[in-house]
Design a binder for this molecule. Sequence first.
Ligand code: NAD
Length: 432
Amino acid sequence: MKISVAGTGYVGLVTGVCLAEYGHTVTCVDIDERKVALMESGISPIYEPGLEELMNKNMERLHFTTDYGRAYEDADVIFIGVGTPEKQDGSANLTYVYGVAEEIAASIKKDCVVVVKSTVPIGTNDKIEEVIKSNLQHDVNVYVASNPEFLSQGSAVKDTLNTSRIVIGVEEEFAGSVLQEVYKDFNAPIVVTNRKSAEMIKYASNDFLALKISFINEIANLCEIIGADIEDVAHGMGFDKRIGDKFLNAGIGYGGSCFPKDTKALHWLANFHDYELKTVKAAIDVNENQKLKLIKKSRKYYESLKGLNIAVLGLTFKPGTDDLREAPTLVNIPLMVEDGANVRAWDPVGIENFKKLHPKSVTYCASIEETLQNADICFIFTEWDEVKAFDLNKYSELMKHPIVIDGRNCYQLSDVKKAKIVYDSIGRETIQ
Ligand code: NAD
């Protein structure tokens, strides 16, 4: 079977590499020449644990190109894994997906199954089929299947090789049987539905997780007010199998390329059909407020941030990724700079991307120690292992005023109590 993948981002490249790991020959297509050149020389253009190693291990079965015509013309299966970012009104921007659909239509010279991995609003697979069929240049059959992706950035390779489920949405048996063959060596339950249900499974899953995060964050906010401890509360809740112990970590809200846009896109779609998704709207609203929580907390210690030396630990939206999309730092750091603060920041892999957006207004540091030097306050935005393992005594040794505001509850309060710092975290007692 000849497989091509359109898009070599977090989903496309990981999919291509994992399919190669399971023995398929895969051509990965991207419009970005720089990315293609990097991949051809064995370098992954994105940071994802284990990806570059697995890519190099399977180089014999992997090809990288910008020439979509040659990649698609004789492919048996073409995966679409391009971005579906948020438009200003909250709906999904489908320009890239339809762009690939047109390129497929212009290129294919034999029957082929087009598999939509990108997260697309319910009904989009039908439209992709229409776009392809109405632009075909050769007399061939095309079958469109929905196959949403559930990987998480930071563990994308592991998630794909050990996926919890493979969802296949098809309108006819043939596409389903081809996909079953593609995935035959993946050890995962396969859920076969129609296309709209498959599209909905993806949105409903992401929006449910976003709601779970916003829910625990609201409970954490209330814990702070009434003197309960969110870590204990979440621990106690997690034993109930109906609730589960995952995604109960309170913090400064979700970010990344999926939850923010997928909540807004489904809410937009529901509105479009005159239905108000109240729970999803609540998840979105809570998250917007939660993102600003650290700066709000800082007002307890300083009226203004003007002239303060601020240490920022972590720039990315979560550990394990260099992705900054919708990271809380993108909103918070400009606010600190506007207030007149001197911001110094550290992140193990996110600095290069952040520097592109803010080349001059932030001082980037090579270590946590360097970042904390002489700081008046420290904000923790990402729970990197390096932060969690950092010696708490060093905060008071290095900072001018050891005030640590932790948006990710990186430390046990019992450990914090032994260090001479002011420590303010989410949903827990403040240690003075
Ligand atoms: P991304 O932005 O990292 O990558 C998209 C890639 O597509 C880019 O490299 C871009 O250059 C390329 N591209 C654009 N037009 C192209 C074309 N015509 N032909 C070939 N390549 C083209 O995106 P991503 O994060 O991998 O997300 C892709 C899709 O998967 C989105 O719909 C997203 O919602 C969904 N998804 C993402 C994740 C995640 O964690 N990132 C998880 C599940 C699902």
